[in-house]
Write a protein that binds this ligand. Structure first.
Ligand code: ARG
Length: 484
């Protein structure tokens, strides 16, 4: 993909050269003066919508074939158009197309080059079409392609997380609430949190695909065309499942992009939370994980440093993509029917977010591929955080039939005692324990071992070994059925 900054520079240079081709506007009939150079700068979208050239050419091919099938253009004109489009495609691919701000957008670039190449037949291509349905068609096609690619990337990420969870499924891990130690869990369980979330994102992406899979082509400016066009034919040719049933809706709808941005934002919220956990857990204070050299960087002054920059950037980018979503929401708010030029901006937000998602999905994969876990350090902190306190309270309910509020109090006293001795619950002496529990109560030693805690948990979705095995099994099935 071309770097838009390079294109912008190229385009600035080209604008100074001012070719004859670009001075004559496609829409210039009723104008006597040229737009000012600042107007051209504001107007142009070629610096980013050049990315749509493949879709634009595909849309033009389908439109031309339909025009010929409906006897709106001759078979010879169609052949010329198809030959011309083929040449333009290879010119763009070879980097031979000069992008000019004066030619505004990718649609005008292709059309004007076509006319240069084949003459009058090039001028017939736009019969019964407007740039309003053209750009909408291009963007729908582009997003459909992107969704397919990103769905594959999500699939790989899900597989990576699931394999990692399976491999480490029974290792001890810490569960937090309020960033304070809560209860012992298992590493596989913490990893599967991300699996289930990203699986929901994959499902959401499928819904976004459905909303995107509709053809606006043939809506023309917004009222349809004055020719016997066949919208179903172009839709079928381009691989769309259906056509917009309302021409005004077709050119003004950006719901499919809003839905995509919601997907992106939700995916990035999750990404930022995962990265946050990893950043926290890789500190010397936690020491639960170590990220590989491939995804960390050093400091220019502090030789000891290994900073989690990639995770930090992915966390930071969640702000950026949320901004893109907000920008489109605000752009669309109160916009009158139907097409307004404001809508051109949609692609700025869309292209950027698409790029960020690609980076995030590949980046997370890379981070997780290189990660190391340290359950021994987790065990230390579980003890420091008195993570077995709930188990003690529950044991007294189950074995001695005491009311929970009372056993909560007793366990709390044990915690206070350990804290006052600057020790952990597993290090309390039997004499000390006896001094705070009611007469006749005996607490077995393994109740104080944090690693024994997860196995006491019951029910679907809990952290005993059997439940985790089942969870992973059901995840494998769900993953398979989602991606077949
Ligand atoms: N570059 C424009 C866009 O992206 C194409 C549509 C222009 N339509 C118009 N009526 N000026 O929205």
């Amino acid at each position: 993909m071309n770097n838009s900054l390079t294109v912008r520079l190229l385009e600035k240079i080209s604008r100074m050269q001012h070719s004859e081709q670009s001075d004559k506007k496609i829409w210039g009939g009723r104008f006597t003066e040229k737009p000012s150079s600042i107007a051209e700068e504001i107007s142009e979208s070629i610096s980013y919508d050049h990315q749509l050239y493949r879709e634009d050419i595909a849309g033009s091919r389908a439109h031309a074939r339909m025009l010929a099938a409906q006897n709106i253009i001759t078979p010879e004109a169609l052949q010329n158009i198809l030959n011309g489009l083929k040449q333009i495609e290879s010119e763009i691919e070879a980097g031979q197309m000069t992008f000019l701000a004066s030619l505004e957008d990718i649609h005008m670039h292709i059309e004007s080059r076509l006319t240069q190449l084949i003459g009058d037949d090039g001028k017939r291509l736009h019969t019964g079409r407007s740039r309003n349905d053209q750009v909408a068609t291009d963007t729908h096609l582009y997003l459909k392609k992107v969704i397919k690619q990103q769905s594959d990337l999500l699939h790989s990420l899900l597989q990576c997380i699931l394999d990692l969870a399976e491999k480490n499924r029974h290792e001890l891990w810490a569960g937090y609430t309020h960033t304070q130690i809560a209860q012992p869990v298992r590493l596989g369980h913490w990893l599967m949190v991300w699996f289930w979330g990203f699986l929901r994102d994959a499902r959401l992406l499928k819904l976004v695909f459905e909303e995107t899979d509709i053809s606006p082509l043939g809506a023309a400016a917004m009222a349809g065309a004055n020719y016997p066009i066949d919208r179903e034919m172009t839709a079928h040719d381009l691989g769309f499942s259906e056509v917009y049933q309302n021409s005004m809706d077709a050119v003004s709808d950006r719901d499919y992009q809003l839905s995509y941005h919601f997907f992106v934002t939700r995916l990035f919220l999750r990404t930022s939370r995962l990265c946050e956990d990893l950043i926290l857990y890789s500190t010397a204070e936690f020491g639960y994980v170590k990220m590989g050299d491939a995804v960390t960087t050093g400091s220019s002054i502090m030789p000891q440093k290994k900073n989690p920059d990639i995770a930090e950037l992915l966390r930071g980018k969640s702000g950026r993509v949320t901004g893109n979503f907000m920008a489109l929401l605000v752009n669309l708010k109160s916009l009158p029917m139907t097409y307004n030029r404001d809508l051109q901006e949609d692609k700025v937000y869309l292209f950027d977010s698409v790029e960020q998602v690609n980076q995030a999905l590949l980046g997370l994969n890379e981070i997780l591929k290189n990660i190391q876990f340290f359950p021994e350090k987790v065990k230390l902190n579980l003890n420091r955080g008195f993570a077995q306190a709930t188990d003690i309270a529950d044991y007294l309910v189950k074995e001695y039939k005491l009311p929970f509020r009372e056993t909560h109090e007793i366990a709390g006293r044990l915690v206070a005692l350990a804290e006052s001795q600057q020790t952990t619950l597993d290090k309390l002496s039997p004499v000390d324990i006896k001094s705070v529990v009611p007469e006749g109560i005996v607490l077995p030693a393994d109740l104080f071992e944090v690693e024994k805690s997860p196995e006491r948990k019951n029910g679907t979705g809990s952290v005993n070994k059997e439940a985790i095995n089942k969870q992973i099994l059901s995840a494998r099935e769900k993953l398979k059925s989602m991606f077949t």
